[in-house]
Design a protein around this ligand. Sequence first.
Ligand code: PEP
Ligand code: MG
Length: 662
Amino acid sequence: MEIRRAVRVSVPGGIHARPAAEIVKLSKAYNSELFLEHQGKSATTRSSFKLILLSLKEGADVTIRAIGEDADQAVEQIAGYLEARGEGAHPEPPTHAYTDTERSADIQNRAADPQRGDGAQDALAGGLTGVAGGSGAATGPAFHFRQPVLEAFPPLCTDMQGDIIAARSARHHVHEALCRQAASASGQGTAEVLNAIAELAEDVEWAARIEALIRENKSAGAAVLQAGAELADELRALDDAYARARSEDIASLTRLTALQLQGKRPLSLSDVPAGSVLIADEISAAEAGGADLTRLSGIVTRHGSASSHAAILARAAAVPAVFGVQDPAGRLPQATAIALDGDSGLVFPDPDELTRTAIQLRRQAAQAEADALKSWVAVAPRTADGISVTVAANLGSADEIAQAQAVGAMGVGLFRTEFLFMNRKDLPGEEEQVNIYKRLLLAFPDHPVIIRTLDIGADKPVRSISLAKEENPFLGLRGIRLCLTRPELFKPQLRALLRAAPYGNLHVMLPMVATTEEIEAAERLIDECQRELVAEGKEFSDFIMGIMVETPAAVFAAQALARKVRFFSIGTNDLTQYVMAADRLNPAVAHLCRGDQPAVLEAIRHVCAAARSAGIWVGLCGEAASHVALARQFVATGVTELSMSPSSILKMKSAIPSFTAS
Ligand code: PEP
Ligand code: MG
């Protein structure tokens, strides 16, 4: 028997990897051969890959074809999944075997012990599991962060004057909306970006090109898309970083104007109402970096993992978060309220009273723990065998200084300078950088401040620096590799660091180092900067130079590298992904991308041994540094500095006296 049925895809976000895998799983229960057909292409439901290649967006019309004796049931099942927003494919997790009393007892136990959430218990308690992003538990109304879909436009105009007026009005609306958003944006950088795009919306060339195309009989929408694509191409072809950055603005403007013509508006994180739990497929480092995340009660994403940069920013803002949530039955898209526990990686869509109580208890327990930890603020901890361990802060902006001081951070173990470069229309100049670095040094007069040179590329794009498209950006021109090819970018930073150095105990470290030649090349540039500063009569001094150890090459070359620098700081986020060949952003391999993998621990031991024989110290600034059980092992292998988000510092200080260093 052969059956066909036309359906519209209602699965949020369309048929990307996870729904495709779900369809494959569902169709395996039937003997029939099943196909999805769309725009002349057909894909068997036995292959996720083929389904993904169909590129079915939410709202797409698709035909299900089934051949076999159980074709009607199979079609019914797949249609149900596609039409019902991806839900109902599986029975709900088995919450029912539990009585309320048992469940309440379990809730109380789990509330009392935040480390306890394990997979089996969680399924019983009805929670979805994901990668723990930390920062405690929360409840709040759900805010579904879904960008509107841009539909196809008719190619030709039906009423030329009408289309010209529609395009003008869309441009005007976009301009007004961007100006309003810029006025209420939380960060200076975000406001600048929005204002830059607002300006372009009123640009005469932009208007003229759109109207010329409409006069050639293109519809308003088609004209906007074509004018935008042509302008962006022309800008991209120019040999000028600023102009190339504008090509991205034109691309954003084109999308905004086209959406406006369809009466739609894209979302930004500032649209998320304060106090809500954000639910998104993913948030990029750029989106998260420009937004005031502290307004949110929680963050839940379907993709991403705990060492993505969005996750790091969420932790810095102390917002409870769970990433890469598994939601096979599609419960999240329906939820109006969410409870989540960032410490155990559990998410409860539309929580019942008992779950709310449990979350509340956990919040109270966390508050009590935080109060008890306050006595550690001024303590400089030592291990049981008397070795001092520095507990420093990872910061992404000078605005986080007060938060780090409040918890008694013993200096800065990692200042990620790339965040100074993101979410703004131009690059920070030398003077601006001097002032920021000076602020950091003056804020921690008694401790080292480790500033990392620009680490962009891969998942940290900077809009005003155009990067060539790469097949494998994580293995490409990022960190020190990029800086060495762009002295016009790197030298102002090195000059600013040299000029800030007299104000404190400045340590500078280079990211993504793989060879001794990279250190030597950076040193040559530093010498050049020093000669320039002497000639200009500007005050400066030397800083202490170190490197991040985050590539397997740096591990194996640790002995040679240790002879070139004064300290190492192990970046376990990248080191783990490169040692384990497991993408730090991909929740499907989160079990491999962990700092406690034996291969990673062995790499760290090797680095510590090399550092010891060269007489230099080793710190650790990846996310693993904030996990007490892991930190215990790192300190035992010779790490003497742990740097982490300020929210983890007090707990770590209180744990160190139970560690042994040798
Ligand atoms: C790391 O890789 O561990 C690290 C600290 O650097 P980032 O997370 O900024 O890549
Ligand atoms: Mg790194």
